[in-house]
Design a protein around this ligand. Structure first.
Ligand SMILES: [Zn+2]
Length: 260
């Protein structure tokens, strides 16, 4: 089924592709991120969002209500401003809770250009245990100093929750939304994607390790810091997903229709 037929099914008009080549490129990259995230099992539903700021504008791209992540195409992503005015497609709907905190983060944090939020199963499991996230392997060390926790307040559609989400994110790139799921941010789609991969991998590893019933051995903090420094080349922060070019090629192989 082509992209315009899918848009018709969710009651929206088709997008006249933007003349702005920067937005055009961003749409393709973001659609690829959705397809790969679906392939990795982060979301098999029509819920949850990945959003990306359109550089130099007061608008960002968001997935509409009703499409699965494996159905996302460059031209089905919605351009919306911070006041929730849709500027790309007539008739399209946006999820209120998703819009609320994605737009709130992008508006308050000019350094953040992409936000990913998922209810991936292992992430939701780890978000629901009192121990929180344990760092158990070298990949997880990239998360040292990056992970905040945000207490559950119900469906996150109340405006006044956004300042607490921002507070709980702090200076980190990852947020465990307690009894809920995972959130990552980045200066680029690649960076937010890389953080989410680290987070999902660490949650899956912890879930499986705990399930063995054996005594869990988290890495000592000094080792986490040392390993993070090694992995990041001394730059003590995430700098994008090192496999991003591979993920873009994978999206192409899975179904080149994402770029339409
Ligand atoms: Zn959620």
């Amino acid at each position: 089924m082509d992209g315009n037929t899918l848009l018709e099914q969710i009651g929206a008009t088709k997008l006249d592709r933007p003349a702005n080549p920067i937005e055009d490129k961003l749409r393709v990259e973001l659609a690829a991120a959705f397809r790969v995230a679906h392939h990795l099992g982060w979301n098999k539903d029509t819920l949850n969002h990945i959003t990306a700021r359109i550089p130099g504008t007061e608008t960002f791209l968001m997935n509409p209500v009703g499409l699965g992540w494996d159905e996302m195409t460059a031209s089905s992503l919605v351009t919306v401003d911070f006041a929730r005015n849709v500027v790309s497609h007539a008739g399209i709907r946006l999820a209120p809770a998703g819009f609320n905190f994605h737009s709130g983060i992008l508006k308050a944090r000019p350094d953040v250009n992409c936000v990913i939020h998922v209810h991936e199963r292992a992430g939701t499991v780890i978000s629901s245990i009192a121990e929180g996230l344990l760092i158990l392997d070298q990949g997880g060390c990239m998360l040292h100093g990056e992970v905040g926790y945000h207490a559950f307040e119900g469906q996150a559609k109340e405006n006044d929750e956004v300042p607490r989400i921002l507070r709980d994110l702090g200076t980190g790139h990852a947020l465990i939304m307690v009894n809920h799921g995972l959130l990552s941010i980045g200066a680029t789609i690649s960076e937010a994607f890389g953080v989410m991969r680290s987070l999902v991998n660490a949650c899956e590893l912890q879930e499986r390790t705990m399930a063995t019933g054996g005594k869990v051995m988290p890495l000592a903090e000094e080792l986490q810091i040392h390993t993070k420094n090694q992995l990041s080349g001394g730059n003590n922060a995430p700098r994008g997903d090192h496999s991003w070019a591979y993920w873009l090629r994978l999206a192409e192989r899975l179904d080149p229709g994402f770029a339409e």
